[in-house]
Design a protein around this ligand. Sequence first.
Ligand SMILES: NC(=O)c1ccc[n+]([C@@H]2O[C@H](COP(=O)([O-])OP(=O)(O)OC[C@H]3O[C@@H](n4cnc5c(N)ncnc54)[C@H](O)[C@@H]3O)[C@@H](O)[C@H]2O)c1
Length: 472
Amino acid sequence: MKNSNRNNSRRNFIKIAAAGSAALGLSSVSNVFGSTANDEEQKLSTKLKVPASKGKSVMGLRCEPLKTVRIGFIGIGMRGIGSLQRLLQIEGVEIIAIADVVPSAVKSGNKQLTDAGFKAAIEYTGEEDWKKICERDDIDLIYQCTPWLMHTPVSVYAMKHGKHAACEVPSAVTLDECWDLVNTAEETQRHFMMLENCCYDFFELNTLNMARNGVFGDILHAEGAYLHDLRELKFRKENGYHNMWRLEYSKIHTGNPYPTHGLGPVAQIMGINRGDRFDYLTSVSTKQEGLSLYAAETFGANSPEALQTYALGDMNTTLIQTVNGKTIMIQHNTTSPRPYSRIQMISGTKGMAIKYPEEQIALEPAAHEFLKKEDFDALMKKYEHPLITRIGEKAKKVGGHGGMDFMMDYRLIYCLRNGLPLDQDVYDAAAWCSVVALSEKSVLNKGTSVEIPDFTRGAWKNATPWPVVSID
Ligand SMILES: NC(=O)c1ccc[n+]([C@@H]2O[C@H](COP(=O)([O-])OP(=O)(O)OC[C@H]3O[C@@H](n4cnc5c(N)ncnc54)[C@H](O)[C@@H]3O)[C@@H](O)[C@H]2O)c1
């Protein structure tokens, strides 16, 4: 009886996934959706495939320094327009081409360039024009702010055409995509960076510095999250997500589709892929209520929106165990009425730090209470991350989630111009994004633990945790 239930729900899931892929109208990127029965069987299998490497490791990759970073910018929607504006304020950046399927978006992007005194970029508006941009020989970096299902195909195509690729979160939504990114970066020896901006927030950078200096002792457990009520935005028909892509994804997928804001910063602090690695995870979700209730209240109980089935459980909780015996809890909830939080908690043998709802630190020998405000401020000052010292004030002025977005872009361009390894590499992107597919797999298998592949193929053992780099 149990088995037949499971088979039924599996068959339903396959049907929903296939219907969803068609609904999304995917043409060139339809393969990324995992919409065939075979792919879905593989998704539910607990046996992981580790494909053979086609190139050499890119751990610590250094590429030729670029005097000017010439950028092809793809996707000028709600996120992209701000990203373009930030890039224009960094020395050594030239925007060569911009693309979006919405011509007015391309125009408003170019207006930013010309208003700021730059030459207008070459405009592309075709559905597959991102390929033409990747094929150009006057571009070094493809910077992408498109819907999730485009991320890997565009990034892989870019690297295969000799470009470095930077891409919004999450960079991959299936395990195959995670491996595609790794294998292509290794094959082409190009940089790939997922634009995980939360790694560059002020509290995160300072506590990274503290962690490297042993302030928290051995960090054994961390918690992160993306708790952000997006109900209105998901259902917005005008001026919202292009073709309502986020709602479409919520119809078909459960688990944690957006783990990296919570996971990235704590994974970096804990040295994941550099001395430790994710081993396995287990994941459970609540049932879905938030989207249906919101749709019934907003559009009426008999509206198509209210009658629609949504796969995404309101709250997903995923637990990751690392090879070195540490744990991470990651939550996702975009459909419940509650204040924004990424939790951002690290707990070690000498103390702990937590960011939400209020930044607090507790340390031995008085760790039963949080530090007083003046002691907290003094600690943050003492361990101010060099990137903040160098560029924090400007970042606050330029903005982008309080400045973290600018610090991320600044650092990406700085590393490319100086031939340095990037702070986040393709192995980080793959490990952090693997939680998208693997949390869903675990949820659909009653929380069964699922192995997380070693995307570094063993290189994590000899790599050292990312240092607190100084910026001149
Ligand atoms: N890091 C962050 O803090 C943060 C914040 C918001 C969004 N994001 C991420 O940024 C990405 C974009 O999100 P958004 O809110 O801007 O969504 P959006 O729908 O507003 O923007 C996506 C843009 O891509 C364009 N596009 C779609 N198909 C295209 C194609 N074939 N060629 C060129 N352009 C195409 C759309 O027209 C749209 O302008 C998502 O991955 C999202 O998760 C990250």
